[in-house]
Design a protein around this ligand. Structure first.
Ligand code: PMP
Ligand code: GLN
Length: 376
């Protein structure tokens, strides 16, 4: 196992600060933060508790998570199935440590969010990779099935996907569920982008499928639902035996998650569906602004159904298909930071794409578009 290097997000953000570049790299928004949540957090600090909450999370938050998913996704979740964690990152770590023993195998779909591989390796696990197929980033079920072996224990799926902005379609998820059932695998599904899906597309959680209800772990993040990435309140949801195993890991990772923020998130999750739709609409407008501006400037973009990211097709945009080189030139020559998705591969990376974050105010997006137009 190689020692961890600094993540691409930190490296790109540090370089953006040093060079005064517009940061369309690391995914964090600069739009106004929801006042309802800020106000709830202030009230919680003064009026509620600042001492340790229960290890699995405040009962109010676990209830609120269950009710939110019943309303937004039609899921039947018991509060006992919810473990509150310090961000989705901790939920992923706790689940991976809970279900992988040294020598066990985990299947990862490339490109994958950067935390998965080091966590699998730290658990002593062995990663098998299956590449999604551009330009739609479809999931090749035949290659998935071929990657399953006698030591396979865990499958890590991310939908909506970071960095591609695509969703796994229902039929593929159903087929994946059947394969997980047949081979007795646990599906760890990172759904942190479930609140940021655009144009009427629908998210399906594995917990909605009978084949996966008892063998899937759903991971969510309030940081993404409310665009408050620094809050680091997340959760893992799974059937009781799985939730129990995750809680045992959680107690020695962080034990608990800041109490006032748990109160505030519980309150926020109770905001009506229309509030969530309005919140989402601001990000959809950002996506459309960046896509339209860059398309007019001659860039070719792949469709993004969700997340805060769009993908530039470099060759179709007349640029060399070498994402790291283009990212380096962009930040130094025109002052725009981006993320090269090839870093989200362990092997055979696709180098022909570039990820840009559109969760920015109009003026920032317009300036970025103008700078990128000059680059061509
Ligand atoms: N998974 C994915 C796919 C993400 O994009 C992110 C954050 N960008 C996380 C997990 C981590 O979420 P959190 O900040 O809640 O730990
Ligand atoms: N998830 C965010 C992104 O994809 C960044 C998370 C991080 O900085 N580790 O940009």
């Amino acid at each position: 196992m190689s020692p961890p290097t600094t993540t691409i997000f930190d490296r790109m953000s540090a370089l953006a600060r040093e060079l005064g570049a517009i940061n369309l790299g690391q995914g964090f928004p600069d739009l106004p933060e929801p006042p309802e949540l800020l106000e709830a957090a202030q009230r919680a600090l003064v009026e509620k508790s600042n001492q340790y909450p229960p290890m699995r999370g405040l009962a109010d938050l676990r209830d609120a998570v269950a009710r939110y998913y019943a309303r937004e996704q039609g899921l039947q979740i018991e509060p006992e199935e919810v473990i509150v964690t310090s961000g989705a990152t901790e939920a992923l770590a706790a689940a991976i440590f809970a279900f992988l023993r040294p020598g066990d195998e985990a299947i990862l779909f490339q490109p994958f969010y950067d935390a998965y591989l080091p966590l699998v390796e730290r658990a002593g696990g062995v990663a098998r990779t299956v590449s999604l197929v551009p330009p739609r980033w479809s999931l090749p079920l035949d290659r998935f099935e071929a990657a399953i072996g006698p030591r396979t224990r865990l499958v890590i799926l991310n939908t909506p996907n970071n960095p591609t902005g695509t969703l796994v379609d229902d039929a593929t998820l159903e087929a994946l569920g059947e394969l997980c059932e047949r081979h007795d695998l646990i599906l760890l599904c990172d759904e942190v982008w479930e609140g940021m899906i655009y144009g009427g597309a629908k998210h399906m959680s594995p917990l909605a499928l009978s084949s996966l209800r008892e063998r899937a772990v759903k991971v969510g993040s309030a940081g993404k639902i409310f665009s408050l990435t620094g809050w680091k309140v997340g959760w893992a949801i799974a059937a009781p035996p799985l939730a129990e195993a995750i809680a045992r890991q959680h107690q020695y990772l962080t034990f608990t998650t800041p109490t006032p923020l748990q109160w505030a998130v519980a309150e926020g999750l109770g905001l009506p569906t229309e509030w969530h739709a309005d919140h989402r609409a601001r990000y959809e407008a950002g996506r459309d602004r960046l896509v339209n501006g860059l398309t007019a400037a001659g860039y070719a973009l792949l469709p993004s159904q969700g997340t805060w990211f769009v993908t530039v097709d470099l060759a179709a945009s007349g640029l060399p298909p070498d994402d790291e080189a283009v990212a380096e030139r962009l930040i130094r020559e025109v002052g725009v930071a981006s993320i090269p998705p090839s870093v989200f591969y362990r092997d055979d990376p696709e180098r022909g794409y570039l990820r840009l974050c559109f969760a920015k105010d109009d003026a920032t997006l317009d300036e970025a578009i103008a700078r990128l137009a000059r680059f061509r």
